[in-house]
Every structure is written in structure tokens, then in C-alpha cells.
Design a protein around this ligand. Structure first.
Ligand code: SF4
Length: 188
């Protein structure tokens, strides 16, 4: 039932042309991947070039770092969690999503989260965090504590692509992930 709900929604997304520029430049839509009953969802910004090509979120270098966080850091398998983005189509040149594009795509990610019902959502970077929580507060000030979004517990941390450019921030993300693990009961 849950997977069926997601499949129907994925088909709607695949046919969506609400953002003209994105719909005419994408290779394909990138819906999301993972366990449809996951307790934890990772929410990113938008597909990049690798994701647009492969149809899966977080598969490039940043994706490898996210996989390390999940597998080496949290001792979970990538297929145990669910990974999705705010936008389902790649913005050309990896520019930031425009406000109207996020508004168009919001019902899709909200329905996706409604179907999965994760207890925890980890926002990766400012686009995910600020749009989910509908705030202008920076990641630096949102991180380090749990927030509530419609009954889901939300942790905000840096985007893996930012961590690749600023390795010194990895320490902060590791602290955030440990907080998440504690809340999830994954820490002994
Ligand atoms: S980004 Fe979302 S709303 Fe815009 S065209 Fe793609 S699927 Fe549709």
C-alpha cells in the first residue's frame, strides 16, 4: 500500500511539466529512493548532473559522502533509509531552485513524506531546511537541535556537497548525526 502510493505519486511526478524550464531541460525526474517505510528520511535540495543522468538522488561525490554518513557513521544501510529532494528536476547549471519551482514541487515532497511517515527527517543544507521549515534562519543556527515539522522530528545539518568544499564542517555534521542517532535510539 505504501509502496503503491509512492509509485502512483512517482508517475505523477514523471509527467509533471509545471516548471517549464526544468521540464524541458531534465533528462528525467528524480523522485526518491529507499525504504518506503523508513523511520528516517534524508531531504536534499535538487538533482545534480549525476542524479539527472541516473534518476537517483545523491549518487555523485556528495552522494558517496552521504552513503558514508549512513553506513560508516550511523551503521545503517542506505536501503534502510529514504532519500529525496525538495525539487524533482535538475535546475540547469545546478543553480539554486527558484521560489516558484519550490512552490510547484512542494505538494510532491509533502505527499511523499505523508505516505512514508518517517519519524525523523534530516535536512541536508539550507534549501532543504529553509523550505521544509519555512524559515530564513541559516543552517548554522538551525543545526544542533531537533525541530518539529508536522509531528516529524527534524534535524538540520550541512549538505554533503558543502562538506566536500569545507571539510572543517564535517565535525559539526558528525555532532548533528550523533544527536540524531541518540534520538533514534541508535547509540548504546
Ligand atoms: S521540479 Fe517538481 S514541480 Fe517542477 S517540473 Fe519538476 S516535478 Fe514538476
Amino acid at each position: 500500500m505504501v509502496a503503491g502510493g509512492l509509485e502512483g505519486l512517482a508517475a505523477e511526478v514523471a509527467a509533471c511539466t509545471l516548471c517549464h524550464e526544468l521540464a524541458t531541460t531534465r533528462t528525467q525526474t528524480v523522485f526518491g529512493v529507499g525504504n518506503p517505510r523508513a523511520e528516517l528520511c534524508f531531504l536534499g535540495e535538487a538533482p545534480g548532473a549525476d542524479e539527472d543522468r541516473q534518476g537517483e538522488p545523491f549518487v555523485g561525490r556528495a552522494g558517496m559522502l552521504l552513503t558514508d554518513i549512513i553506513q560508516k557513521g550511523m551503521k545503517l544501510r542506505r536501503q534502510d533509509v529514504y532519500i529525496l529532494n525538495i525539487l524533482k528536476c535538475r535546475p540547469p547549471g545546478n543553480r539554486n531552485p527558484a521560489g516558484d519551482e519550490v512552490a510547484h514541487c512542494r505538494p510532491f515532497f509533502e505527499r511523499q513524506l505523508e505516505i512514508i511517515q518517517p519519524k525523523f527527517i534530516c535536512c541536508l543544507g539550507s534549501v532543504a531546511a529553509q523550505n521544509l521549515l519555512e524559515t530564513n534562519v541559516s543552517v548554522g543556527r538551525l543545526r544542533g537541535k531537533l525541530h518539529d515539522w508536522q509531528g516529524h522530528q527534524v534535524l538540520v545539518t550541512y549538505h554533503p556537497a558543502y562538506l566536500l568544499r569545507n571539510p572543517a564542517a564535517k565535525k559539526d555534521t558528525w555532532e548533528d548525526i550523533q544527536l540524531l542517532m541518540e534520538a533514534m535510539g541508535l547509540k548504546s
